[in-house]
Ligand binder design. Structure first.
Ligand SMILES: Cc1cc2nc3c(=O)[nH]c(=O)nc-3n(C[C@H](O)[C@H](O)[C@H](O)COP(=O)(O)O)c2cc1C
Length: 209
């Protein structure tokens, strides 16, 4: 039995019928059918509303890691951080579902990745640079964006998927696959076909992931 952590960074609180929700439902329904024995944990980052990651939290997390004592004001947020980190590290498979917002990932997802980026736990510093410490995880990115960023003139403007691949690699995770729906708003006449293909790819991903 595997543990799948499904991290949603789509604002489904305010928009239940978005295309990301359709991609999520298609993937999850297929995954449940093909992996009935697996545990699935859904983490909705827009609902979680994690406090903003700041230097105080970073310092408290480092103190906890080095076994230093924390006062009451420090320990509550840092225990929450550790809870999210443990939830991530205890999972075998992880799905990140996120749209592109202003060329990058929505802020709650960036904030969550900052929670995970703890020296000594997901990476460590060496004289040759940083080394990732997370091994043995499969990651799937489910991503949608209205524009088309696959063309040579636009590819460098994608700070969403490229950021996720880079930060996961920083943690040591190389096994990253993706399903990307793009261009459905830029090319309205092709939207139905693009969405149909993306949903089909989500269905297949749920089967083999
Ligand atoms: C706040 C906001 C910012 C967006 N920024 C971009 C963008 O930079 N590039 C792009 O191609 N689409 C952008 N979009 C469009 C979404 O990425 C697109 O609609 C995506 O499919 C969202 O899926 P949803 O229907 O689940 O919300 C933006 C949408 C919102 C709401």
């Amino acid at each position: 039995m595997s543990r799948l952590l499904f991290i949603e960074a789509n604002d489904s609180t305010h928009q239940s019928k978005g295309i990301s929700s359709q991609m999520n439902e298609t993937f999850l329904s297929s995954y449940r059918t093909h992996h009935p024995e697996d545990e699935i944990v859904v983490l909705n980052l827009f609902e979680e509303r994690l406090p903003f990651f700041d230097l105080k939290l970073a310092t408290s997390a480092a103190k906890l890691f080095w076994g230093e004592s924390l006062d009451a004001e420090e320990s509550v947020p840092v225990e929450k951080l550790q809870e999210y980190l443990t939830g991530f590290l205890d999972s075998d498979k992880i799905v990140f579902s996120f749209p592109m917002w202003n060329l990058t990932v929505p802020a709650p997802l960036h904030n969550y990745m900052d929670y995970l980026a703890q020296a000594g736990q997901t990476f460590r510093y060496t004289s040759e640079g940083s080394v990732g410490l997370v091994t043995g995880k499969h990651v799937l990115l489910l991503h949608s964006r209205g524009g088309d960023y696959s063309t040579p003139d636009k590819v460098s403007s994608d700070h969403a998927v490229r950021y996720m691949i880079d930060i996961l690699r920083f943690f040591g995770i190389e096994d990253v696959e993706s399903v990307i729906l793009e261009g459905h708003q830029q090319y309205p006449d092709r939207a139905d076909e693009l969405i149909k293909n993306a949903l089909s790819a989500c269905e297949k991903a749920g089967q083999r992931f």
